[in-house]
Design a protein around this ligand. Sequence first.
Ligand code: GLC
Length: 573
Amino acid sequence: MSALKWWQTAVFYQIYPRSFADGNGDGIGDFKGATEKLDYLASLGVDAVWLSPHFPSPNWDCGYDISDYCDVAPEYGTLDDFKTFLNEAHKRYIRVVLDLVLNHTSDEHAWFIESKSSRDNPKADWYVWVDTPPNNWQSCFDGEAWTYAPERNQYYYHYFMKQQPDLNWHNPEVKKAMWDAARFWLDMGVDGFRLDAIGTIFEDPQLTPHTVPMNLAELRRFSELAKTPKEIKLKDKYWFEMFKHQYGKPGVHDLMKELRAILDEYEGDRMLVGEDDDIAYMGNGKDELHLIFNFPLMRTERITPAHIRKNQKERLGALENLPAEKGWPCNTLGNHDCSRIHTRYGDKIHDAELARLNAALVLTLKGTAFLYNGEEIGMTDHMLSDISHVKDTMGSWYYHTIVTEMGVHPEEAMLRTAEMTRDKNRTPMQWSNNPNAGFSPSGVNTWLPVNPNYKDGINVHDQEKNPSSLLQYYKHLLRVRKNSSALKYGEYLPLLNTSKEYFSFLRQSDNQTILVVLNYSEKVLELDFSRTKEIKDSKLRILFTSAERRGGSFAPNFKVGAFEVFIAEVERE
Ligand code: GLC
């Protein structure tokens, strides 16, 4: 089993550079700060980091609008600062994976500036240009998908904001330029890429219009107000219908194959993880992406045993069936685009218990695990109340659109905006109980407001000192995972039951069998595994529990406490 690659057994930690660590005290995260926190990451026990974009950007989409693929944003430092970060991470056996945005650049990228300048410049065909908008396609962030450029008296296409023009991937020069950029970082020694929004790279060549009787802002508003099951179903249908011609179109597989071939030229098992649901982007299992996020696991209002069971059955079943080589799972519950785990999957009464259960879920299911910075201390969503604080352009666009075009009262518009904007889950990391949560010095205006709950123990420093904190819980769980062959790479064996209260399964490697029980209920449950083939006649030795228990060996019929996470090794005779 040691034949597994590092990215299969790894736990990744997503660093959102703007909010992770501010080393120069200007209110914005940077590489100096992140480098200083590498010892923290090593002590947490993660194996790799995924850095959200750190490239120069005008920041209309917080770095996902890149204006130079081969440099570092000045507010984050210099290329040398990046190299120091990379080397220091590697010294601590922490790999570094970058974010590669293929679909679009910033409208301030030199490629677009040149492309926009005339109809016959060398890069005239590097983006998607038309004489008149050919259809009613919407951008998923800010209204019309076609924006006028007076310089060419033409329109360009953008799936995301108008500041994020789509590249024309049918043009071989575009490919070459982007692959060169990828090589630039691979040559420097980065361990791979998270590929942004790969489903959006190609559009329907027939340019078929969508049939939804609304525009983007109206659909958002309709979705917010949808209450009845019929309305909820309709809004889901509309979202799908609105974008189905702009998403998941043929062509991406060939690109993924090309990029994979480039990575395979390099030593050190460089890897690619794709931002999409569709495991088809893993190709035959060895010729496209190494990993695809299991987003269906997190695409739910509530994490329940039934949801997890169904997800695992479908996902693992599909991964088994890739034609050449089985696919490897990749689980996560949170990132910079969605409400934080603690808030989203809480019930407002047992949020702390549910956060522990969900951490255990991601770290014990079969597959690579991705954590999002701050989740390990239980950071929560922070609702902004002032439109001038909103940095996520899709949020400020929505606010102004519904106020001016739909007459929504500014107070209500602000509440809605605070909920839909991704700023709520991107606030600065809470390092201590000092002013500004120790992210920036006292008195500095941080780029997004700090969540004031850092004063209530939701910060690294306080939790380092508290043995029963969430941070210590994560550290302990990560250690248990690291020391367990079954948890790192064992098979997943579902235990057949239909309980609404708990989810249980086995992980089994050649030399270890582990039982995991996650009690998602507030009841104490009496469980009996003595008829389970792999367990009967054995004792269970506890490796980890979120409850207070005595150690030692147990018979396979036992009680689990309310919301308990119970992980035990099946002792062979
Ligand atoms: C991805 C990123 C998101 C970004 C979008 C456009 O979904 O995760 O943050 O806004 O792509 O690049």
